[in-house]
Design a protein around this ligand. Structure first.
Ligand code: NAI
Length: 471
């Protein structure tokens, strides 16, 4: 990196090249802003290199494995499938590398100036870059966006060593799957890893502290996942308190309060992520960091310092790549003087890619009741859906939650929670309906293609009008 004098000036300086940061850079550059992007590793961040993309690629391997296992049901002859995990990992890397090359090219094409180093905010709002090549640059800009993301949380007694105790970061580098694995934490990451590893042959136990896995997801949907996990041999232990572990040569023995120790070859710790704010040098800048490490912002992602914004996993909003995208656009629109509408965090799309997939937007039934709504709900299973029968995957449920009007009929759609085949690709209609504050009558007016998986959402809404077709 060449020495950049203090007069280097940009319209926008972004620290952190993950989904939040690269979206701010790309969107800003597409609107004609001169943008600097500071990244200490590779652009793409956790999502591309250690998160969403590699996880979904490995889950797709599990999907292919299941499909081949059931090929005989369709009269297609195959021998029993086996997994060569190093090929799996190589394919995962190929997908990641292709996307990385594409993203790097796009940033270059949009003339985003990339600084490879650690960016810290200075008291005068300039950004100091300690380059990986040892050189230092000082950048000045009209606006600074902090987007340094998050790292896996760990728990006492489970020191990450990369061989026996792993986080999501280390799982993606494995060359072989452990035979027996404990997954601590049954949230999105835990359930995705448990599902993938079990389908590819590992013996999996989930150890969750709360009384339910997948917190925040509707109970009827969670029950579908639990039943499926049980049927596939995944042992889900809820309400468990892990106390530590003792390595024993081959693997380790996990101490669990009130239960027998659990002997495993590896432990995956997936107990959430924490914001990575300490690398930004925020002391003395006026930017406020809360006790958990999140940068404090208002609904427009403004920090306490004029001209400094924070987005993505660094702030206390849902830790999802697409939320980072939305926050990036929100900030850049303000820089451009456009109308900027805050993100509606209560209604964002959540997609969990375990088998069966889970997708939801808006309130669960329990969440709506806790928020003071009177609700009516409808649940439809996939067994009556022709496309689901054709593809041979009828496990799951679509549940629609609507506000109950004074006359007892169903009004506005409050939430759509689904488990089943390709629901992560089907959430769009429900997501839009909930966010558009559409009523059941309005949505029921629209027809779904036949035969298609989306008919089950259509049926669930239609039956809330008091009439129905196939149910
Ligand atoms: P999470 O917060 O979703 O779930 C962590 C789970 O660990 C919770 O159920 C919690 O009760 C449990 N837990 C915490 N401490 C524990 C302990 N000591 N013993 C046992 N259980 C314990 O966090 P997760 O799954 O690690 O995901 C992190 C972030 O990544 C989330 O913000 C999520 O939004 C995002 N993510 C989203 C995905 C998706 O939408 N498909 C996939 C992966 C991650």
């Amino acid at each position: 990196m060449s020495d950049q004098a203090t007069d280097t000036h940009f319209d926008l300086i972004v620290i952190g090249g993950g989904p939040g940061g690269y979206a701010a850079a790309l969107y800003g550059a597409s609107a004609g802003l001169q943008v600097a992007l500071v990244e200490m590793d590779k652009v793409g961040g956790t999502c591309l290199h250690r998160g969403c993309i590699p996880a979904k690629e490995l889950l797709e391997t599990a999907h292919v494995f299941r499909t081949v296992s059931h090929a005989g049901d369709f009269g297609v002859g195959t021998s029993a499938p086996t997994v060569n995990f190093s090929t799996t990992i190589a394919r995962k890397q190929q997908v990641v590398d292709t996307l990385f090359t594409g993203l790097s090219g796009l940033l270059k094409h949009r003339k985003v100036e990339l600084f490879n180093g650690i960016g810290t905010l200075q008291a005068d709002r300039s950004v100091r870059v300690q380059g990986v090549d040892g050189e230092v640059a000082v950048l000045n800009g009209d606006a600074v966006v902090l987007a340094s993301g998050s790292v896996p949380r760990t728990i006492p007694g489970f020191e990450v060593d990369g061989t026996v105790v792993l986080t999501s970061d280390e799982v993606f580098a494995l060359q072989e799957l452990p035979k027996r694995v404990a997954v601590i934490g049954g949230g999105a990451i835990g359930c995705e890893f448990a599902s993938m590893m079990s389908d590819l042959g590992s013996e999996v136990t989930i150890l969750e502290a709360l009384p339910q896995i997948l917190p925040g997801v509707d109970k009827d949907v969670v029950n579908v996942v639990r039943r499926s996990f049980k049927g596939r041999g995944i042992d889900v232990k809820v309400g468990t308190k892990v106390q530590g572990h003792t390595p024993n040569g081959n693997g380790t023995s996990i101490a669990i309060e009130g239960q027998d120790p659990l002997e495993v070859d590896a432990v995956v710790v997936s107990v959430g992520r924490r914001p990575l704010s300490e690398s930004l040098g925020l002391d003395g800048t006026g930017v406020v960091v809360d006790g958990r490490g999140f940068v404090e912002v208002d609904e427009f992602c403004r920090t306490a310092v004029d001209g400094v914004w924070a987005i993505g996993d660094l702030i206390a909003t849902p830790g999802l790549a697409h939320v980072g995208y939305a926050e990036a656009i929100l900030v850049v629109k303000q820089l451009l003087g456009d109308e900027a509408i805050p993100v509606d965090y209560a209604n964002v799309a959540w997609c969990i890619y375990c088998q069966p997939e889970v997708a939801f937007a808006g309130y669960s039934e329990q969440g709506a009741i806790e928020a003071g709504y009177e609700v009516v709900t409808s649940k439809h299973r996939w067994g009556g859906n022709s496309r689901a029968l054709i593809i041979g995957d009828t496990e799951g449920v679509v549940k629609v939650i609507a506000e109950k009007r004074a006359d007892g009929t169903a009004g506005r759609l409050l939430g759509v929670h689904m488990a089943g085949p390709w629901v992560t690709e089907q959430l769009g209609a429900g997501y839009l309906a909930v966010n558009w504050e559409a009523s059941v009558d309005e949505i029921a007016h629209y027809i779904q293609p036949h035969p298609s998986l989306t008919e089950t959402f259509g049926e669930a809404v239609l039956s809330l009008t008091g009439r129905s077709l196939n149910s």
